[in-house]
Design a protein around this ligand. Structure first.
Ligand SMILES: CC(C)(COP(=O)(O)OP(=O)(O)OC[C@H]1O[C@@H](n2cnc3c(N)ncnc32)[C@H](O)[C@@H]1OP(=O)(O)O)[C@@H](O)C(=O)NCCC(=O)NCCS
Length: 165
């Protein structure tokens, strides 16, 4: 039986994380975002999923400002190795990561992604649409983690995203 684990990414994991992102997304854009977030000091939390010591999943969280206040987070990119998808690895990464955002005092988490995947974890477009953001539409979703966060405002993303948005 394979041994699985989730842990914080280490600097020496960057290459394997890039390879994983390229394989999962079929191109280099998301790997570039992960690298630039790290280079810019904008990686809040970066977790890897391991199977027998091999990196098979990755989830990235980064800071999002609400009206200039550093109180929210973004989730993404997130990737699971193509031959390991739909086995619960993505779910484990989200379940491991969200409490860390709560512990960091982040009142909101936003994601731009599959409309039939993230709602499973409580993300909703109705939360995200209240904010002025670089993105809109059903794929732009949010989740509230605290009751004392502003219900409207302008979101600012790290430049790793806005350069490619
Ligand atoms: C999206 C992704 C990260 C999900 O990870 P995963 O390990 O495959 O997902 P899980 O096994 O945890 O899935 C949890 C549930 O969501 C479902 N699911 C998985 N991927 C889905 C998708 N793309 N769309 C809809 N539902 C999906 C699974 O069937 C599962 O439901 P079930 O337990 O009722 O069967 C992974 O498929 C991936 O890397 N995809 C390519 C890159 C990508 O699109 N990343 C996300 C960008 S927003």
């Amino acid at each position: 039986m394979s041994k699985s684990a989730i842990r914080h990414a280490r600097p020496e994991d960057m290459e394997a994380i890039a390879t994983l992102n390229i394989a999962a997304f079929g191109g280099p854009d998301e790997a570039g975002i992960v690298r630039q977030l790290a280079d810019d000091g904008k990686s809040l939390v970066s977790l890897v999923a391991l199977e027998d010591e091999e990196i098979v999943g990755h989830i990235q969280f980064f800071p999002v400002l609400v009206d200039g206040r550093d109180i929210a987070a973004g989730l993404g990119p997130m990737s699971v190795a193509p031959d390991r998808q739909r086995k619960g690895i993505g779910r484990k990464l989200i379940i491991a990561g969200m409490p860390l955002m709560e512990r960091e005092g982040r009142g909101l988490v936003f994601v731009l992604g599959h409309t039939d995947y993230y709602p499973y974890f409580g993300f909703s477009p109705q939360v995200a649409e209240r904010y002025e953001a670089p993105w809109s539409g059903p794929a732009f979703m949010g989740i509230e983690l605290r009751l004392d966060t502003p219900r409207t405002g302008k979101l600012t993303y790290p430049k790793a995203f806005t350069q490619t948005a």
